[in-house]
Design a protein. Structure first.
Length: 306
């Protein structure tokens, strides 16, 4: 091990093989000294931000940097900031349980009209109406990976049928390729988007895809906001409903029509950061620092240094 590590959690510094070589940075103002010695940097986990992000800005002030570690699954926002020789690792698997729980919550909230009942309670109004159900629904998961599998495991006890879709077909796992998306959409009740943001997924779900869905279908997005075409959703005017934890734009401006769009339920990009995430992330970082200290292969490498 050479150089120093900069990590978010005190537990990781204390539990590191050599605590003297690990410094703490929880975000915000950058450390005043020592950045020129950092070779391993864990970007602090925080809610999505807008504008200048000091956590990422300081990468350019680390001339000895060899490894950048994210504890988020998405990493597209970091790629352009890294020199070719820097290895990038992500937090694949750490958010699976949290995100899957949130997906289930969004689907149930939308199907059982919980936002309506919250407003009725606020207004002291008792007005029961018939409700939709999750049971006997066909749910499509677009971007079927570890998070998709976690979503599926929570959906199946609700007596649903799950349709798996990924970038490429995996017939041995009963996973359809995204090239089959249009043929599958007319037969599903709920679509869950869990794809990362790439050039091929940007705008993946737009006007054509919405048009293929049956009336009153539900689209849930917990992947990245630009995967779903916001203008196309707004044009549906409630014919197709949506539950969005990620949006485009994000954050949603105060005067944006998404706030009051019929059939749209919003949460502010909170799916992955529940209480279950943090102990898993800290444990993963303990293991990753041990690998780094021992010169062993790192876990979750998404872009090797060149």
């Amino acid at each position: 091990m050479g150089g120093r590590a900069l990590v978010q959690w005190e537990q990781n510094r204390v539990n590191a093989p050599d605590p003297r070589s690990v410094d703490l940075y929880t975000g915000g103002a950058a450390p005043e000294s020592g950045l020129d010695e950092v070779t391993f940097y864990q970007v602090p986990y925080a809610p999505s931000t807008q504008g200048v992000d000091e956590r990422l800005d300081i990468i350019g002030r680390m001339p000895a940097l060899e490894v950048v570690q994210l504890v988020s699954a998405g990493y597209e926002h970091v790629l352009d900031l890294l020199p070719d020789h820097v290895t990038l690792c992500n937090g694949r698997g750490l958010h699976d349980a949290s995100t899957a729980e949130h997906v289930l919550a969004l689907i149930l909230a939308a199907q059982r009209d919980l936002p309506r009942w919250a407003l009725d309670q606020h207004d002291h109004r008792w007005s029961p109406v018939p409700l939709r159900s999750l049971a006997d629904s066909r749910v499509m998961i677009v971007g079927y990976g570890s998070i998709g599998a976690a979503v599926e495991s929570r959906l199946l006890p609700f007596e649903t049928e799950v349709v798996r879709v990924a970038s490429r077909a995996r017939p041995d796992e009963d996973v359809h390729g995204v090239d089959e998306l249009h043929s599958l959409l007319p037969e599903v009740d709920v679509v869950v988007l869990v794809t990362p943001l790439t050039e091929s997924t940007r705008g993946l779900f737009g006007a054509r895809e919405f048009a293929l869905l049956r009336d009153d279908a539900l689209v849930v997005n917990v992947g990245r906001g630009p995967v779903l075409d916001t203008a196309a959703l707004l044009a549906e005017n409630g014919r197709v409903r949506a539950a969005l934890d990620v949006t485009d734009p994000e954050p949603v401006p105060v005067d944006h029509p998404l706030w009051e769009a019929p059939g749209v339920f919003l949460t502010p990009h909170v799916a992955g950061g529940s209480a279950a995430f943090y102990p898993r992330a800290r444990a993963f970082m303990d293991q990753q620092l041990a690998r780094w200290a021992a010169g062993e292969p790192l876990a979750n490498v998404v872009r090797p240094g060149r």
